[in-house]
Design a protein around this ligand. Structure first.
Ligand SMILES: Nc1ncnc2c1ncn2[C@@H]1O[C@H](COP(=O)(O)OP(=O)(O)OP(=O)(O)O)[C@@H](O)[C@H]1O
Ligand SMILES: [Mg+2]
Length: 233
């Protein structure tokens, strides 16, 4: 991990949800620096705001207060339109339950994010093939999601997250639905993306064994972050 370059700076960011008269404050004045090339694990009890934080980092949602800076650009007050472009350029999102499109093959699922970008068919093919190779799932290119195992589906989802070559990959419990061996392969792949390709990965997990792959683990409790000592792996 290169601790020189801060990719994301959270400066006192808060999130408030309003439901009628009720206010829910999952994040309160949270400060956090995330470094380029870092593999960061985020733990904490259910409802502690992990997904909320991930969505802010990924530009899916905007903070209610504070400042969020990504690669030197403040994105706190980006419009929806600007955020959409920001996400397409910078973010790969991986979900617990893969979220693949069932009527598309593995290859077509990975290709999907590129279809909204101006690009020749040849260039697109090159990128899809490369992402599938990285995720070690090229041999299943023609399969539909229901013809794949859970671990294979997640590798397709990772290829899809990688295909636009984003600096940040966020993953919300990416191994939550997998057996140990499939989980291990996914975690090794995420680690590889950080160490070899200088990607930054922020992963939410409930599993301490999964968190052990990360460079750093943060615990979110009642909207406040607690840091564990840096552990080298
Ligand atoms: N869109 C929303 N509107 C209102 N409240 C919300 C919304 N999204 C999340 N919340 C509330 O914010 C709090 C944090 O939710 P969040 O999904 O971030 O938790 P989490 O740590 O990811 O939990 P889990 O481990 O169960 O996934 C919860 O109390 C939740 O009910
Ligand atoms: Mg969650």
């Amino acid at each position: 991990m290169n601790k020189q370059k801060v990719l994301i700076n959270c400066d006192a960011i808060s999130k408030i949800y309003k439901k009628g008269k009720q206010e829910i404050k999952p994040l309160q004045e949270l400060d956090l620096d995330i470094y380029q090339g870092e593999f960061l694990a985020l733990m904490g009890p259910s409802g502690s705001g992990k997904t909320t934080l991930l969505n802010l980092l990924a530009g899916i949602d905007t903070p209610s207060g504070g400042r969020l800076t990504f690669n030197g650009t403040e994105i706190t007050n980006f419009s929806r339109r600007k955020l959409t472009k920001f996400r397409a350029d910078n973010i790969g999102y991986i979900f617990q339950l893969y979220h693949l499109v069932p009527v598309l093959t593995a290859y077509e699922n990975v290709e999907l994010p590129l279809l909204i970008q101006p690009m020749s068919g040849k260039e697109r093919h090159k990128r899809v093939s490369k992402a599938m190779e990285l995720a070690n799932i090229s041999d299943r290119a023609g399969h539909y999601p229901n013809q794949l195992s859970g671990g294979q589906e997640q590798r397709v989802a990772i290829a899809r997250a990688l295909v636009s070559d984003p600096p940040l990959i966020v993953a919300d419990e990416p191994t939550g639905d997998l057996d140990q061996e499939s989980a291990r392969k996914i975690l090794e792949l995420l680690k590889y993306l950080c160490t070899e390709l200088d990607k930054t990965v922020v992963m939410v997990t409930h599993d301490p064994n999964a968190a052990a792959y990360a460079d750093r683990t943060l615990h979110l409790e009642k909207g406040v972050l607690k840091e564990e000592a840096d552990v080298a792996h």
